[in-house]
Design a protein around this ligand. Structure first.
Ligand SMILES: [Zn+2]
Length: 269
């Protein structure tokens, strides 16, 4: 009979309807999960060799229990590999499938398993960076709803610039006649000095559409960021669209430099 791995690292396995746990880290020996039971065995190349001890004073796992366990483990794996899935909805779906198959079976309510499921989600999330070099945006976070979200990253760890615009953000920008810029220092994430946001007036509402993370307020930084932004927008503008962009900067004052409130306009030809 084949061995069912309860987890990816085979810390626990199920063999002939009994559940075993590994005796030592990375070892091959297993013992029954029932502490008072002496039954055990050795797992070698996916083959489980039982020892001579019988399972004493406890019964084997029911088919339902095994199925519940494997289903929940599948869900945990999904949660670990895909941070965008709706955890509660997926749990409810699992529940519905089993409830249909085994009517009357008791199932843990979501609130009782929520923290376990979130533990699995957080386990594979990248750690918060402590220095700029640590900022590595993996594929999960580069995209939003399967569409590119991180549009620009200069990978310069002395002056990192990142631009995020979602698919919806582009629609807002290209659907508005005027864009407004805003810079906030308070809400900027660790290691960044500010977030520049670009808002579009879309269906009479001012909506944020693009986010630029900057590490300082130097003129060169703004020029690099907005030049990159312009390139992205020109590349993305809808076919046949008659828009062009005008960049203007307010005068420098002292050593700091700020883009003016309405520095860019969509100007029809
Ligand atoms: Zn046992």
């Amino acid at each position: 009979m084949s061995v069912i791995l309860v987890d990816d690292e085979a810390k626990q396995i199920i063999h002939e309807n009994f559940r075993y746990q590994r005796v030592s880290k990375n070892g091959k020996n297993y013992r029954c999960c029932n502490r008072s039971c002496k039954a055990g065995g050795k797992l070698d190349n996916a083959v489980f060799q039982r020892n001579a001890n019988i399972h004493a004073n406890h019964s084997e796992m029911s088919k339902i229990k095994i199925e519940k366990l494997t289903k929940i483990n599948d869900l945990k794996k999904q949660i670990e590999t895909n941070h965008k899935i709706n955890i509660s909805a997926n749990y409810v779906q699992c529940y519905a499938e089993l409830a249909t198959k085994y009517p009357g079976e008791v199932w843990k309510p979501y609130k009782n398993i929520k923290s376990t499921l979130y533990y699995h989600s957080n386990k594979t999330k990248p750690a918060a960076p402590t220095i700029t070099d640590d900022i590595v945006i993996n594929d999960t976070y580069k995209n939003l709803f399967d569409k590119k979200f991180l549009q620009f990253d200069n990978h310069n760890n002395n002056n990192r610039i990142m631009i995020f615009i979602s698919y919806v953000g582009f629609n807002i920008l290209f659907g508005s006649k005027r864009w407004h810029f805003d810079g906030t220092f308070k809400a900027s994430p660790n290691l960044f000095k500010q977030i520049q946001t670009i808002h579009g007036i879309y269906y009479n509402q001012m909506l944020p559409a693009a986010y630029i993370l900057l590490q300082n307020k130097e003129k060169e930084t703004y020029v690099e960021a907005f030049t990159s932004l312009k390139q992205i927008l020109l590349k993305k503008k809808p076919r046949g669209s008659n828009v062009r962009f005008r960049i203007g900067f307010n005068a420098c004052y002292k050593n700091s430099f700020r883009p003016s409130q309405d520095i860019w306009m969509l100007v029809p030809f």
